[in-house]
Write a protein that binds this ligand. Structure first.
Ligand code: UD1
Ligand code: UDP
Length: 370
């Protein structure tokens, strides 16, 4: 009979694959009721529902339906909705993942209501406060009670910020848990034939960072870069809704040619399979840097910094900055067979969620709330 209750928060695309293994891992604990709150930050079928289906997540217990808006608007709406959920349900712990607006909004609500907060993917730092995610990371970590870290740099960053070592747990990477678990299913994807590409003969692209896609000039350069590298390898580019709406409003549809296939965002299983078979991935995503490192697929990250340095230091990721000439040069080297060989970072073994729920369960079972 469950006497402990835990609410995990999901909101945006990269949250679903992080919470799915946590949900599975809690099934082993008969005394825990694990509930899911979806804020509705992402709401398109291709940005949300497809992941619930593919990751075998149950329908969320709470749906806040906040939708899009400015940072203040979105964060505030999530906070108002989540405060109601927490007040009515008084969970023993609230779990937040990653660095999106739903992460900071819900951790702030829980912390102020005196509910312990567990932050999964704590300690990552780009040291670039112009990124909204960096502000979300620093603030969430500063009010969390459990800080679950994916790579060594996270431990150092948190200690430097004065966070007690007792709260920091190096557990590995839940996003990799999902990758390991779902790869056998992804192998049945027909995405390569749908995009009419052959293994190792194409490039996968994804871009959604405001710094890359929110100005007409920047987005035009980026699409020009894709067109250039597509001369010998086709580019498969499932387009994030932010990017899609900017391509439209800047009238840039004609900046790419037939060698660059723009599509709707694809589901998780198709996307894993597309990455796994690609000659190269070019991206500004956070999670994709980690997934490609795990799979040993070369990745070029078009950003000036990364909060995931292990993917560059040990993995297959190249951080090229936003200078597209240097990105193009590295792309040509990689495509001519000169890619660096990476290794899988410590504890990225598919078992991070088991470690996390064990730590949370032990702590709350030993310290029942009054
Ligand atoms: C958000 C996260 C970012 C994360 C990304 C993952 C924040 C501050 N940003 O960025 O860290 O890397 O998700 O994908 O939390 N839109 C739709 N349909 C949707 C969702 C969004 O059309 O289902 C459009 C709307 O025009 C919206 C825009 O995309 O205004 C941006 O959405 P938003 O959630 O604000 O930020 P993302 O760029 O998706
Ligand atoms: N992803 C997906 N379909 C796509 C693009 C990405 O399923 O069309 C997955 C990808 O495999 C990874 C996650 O979405 O698991 C990354 O999300 P995103 O790049 O939106 O966010 P970020 O990691 O940058 O915060």
């Amino acid at each position: 009979m469950p006497n402990l209750s835990i609410i995990s928060v999901v909101g945006a695309r990269p949250n679903f694959m992080k919470v799915a293994p946590i949900h599975k891992a809690f099934k082993k604990y008969a005394d825990v009721r694990h509930l899911i709150c979806h804020t509705g930050q992402h709401y398109d079928e291709t940005m949300s529902k497809v992941f619930f289906d593919e990751l075998e997540l149950p329908k969320p217990d709470f749906y806040l339906g906040v939708g899009s808006g400015s940072h203040a608007e979105q964060t505030a709406k999530i906070m108002v909705g989540f405060e109601r959920v927490v007040t009515q349900n008084r969970p023993d712990v609230v779990i937040v993942v990653g660095d999106v607006n739903s992460t900071i909004a819900c951790s702030l609500v829980a912390a102020k209501l005196g509910i312990p907060v567990a932050h999964i993917e704590a300690g990552l730092r780009s040291f670039d406060r112009s990124m909204p995610e960096e502000i979300n990371r620093v603030l969430t970590d500063s009010i969390s009670d459990f800080l679950f870290v994916t790579e060594q740099s996270g431990i150092e960053n948190l200690k430097r910020e004065g966070i007690s070592e007792k709260k920091i747990h190096f557990v590995g990477n839940v996003m990799i848990d999902s990758l390991v678990h779902y790869m056998p299913k992804a192998e049945r994807s027909d995405a390569l034939s749908r995009f009419r590409v052959d293994p190792a003969k194409y490039i996968v692209a994804t871009f959604h960072r405001p710094a890359n896609v929110d100005t007409q000039e920047g987005l035009k350069l980026l699409l020009g870069f894709l067109k250039n590298i597509a001369s010998r390898h086709r580019v498969v580019f499932p387009v994030h809704p932010r990017t899609r709406s900017n391509i439209r409003s800047f009238s840039l549809e004609s900046s790419v040619n037939g060698q660059v296939s723009l599509s709707e965002p694809v589901g998780y299983l198709d996307f894993l399979w597309l990455m796994k078979n690609a000659a190269l991935v070019v991206t500004d995503s956070g999670g994709i840097q980690e997934e490609t490192t795990y799979m040993g697929v070369p990745c070029i990250t078009i950003r000036d910094n990364t909060e995931r340095p292990v993917t560059v230091e040990q993995g297959t990721n190249y951080l090229t900055g936003t200078n597209l000439d240097s990105a193009e040069k590295i792309a040509r080297d990689v495509l001519s067979g000169k890619a660096k060989k990476g290794k899988i970072p410590e504890l990225w073994d598919g078992k991070a969620a088991e470690r996390i729920v064990e730590i949370i369960h032990k702590t709350i079972a030993e310290n029942p709330k009054s």
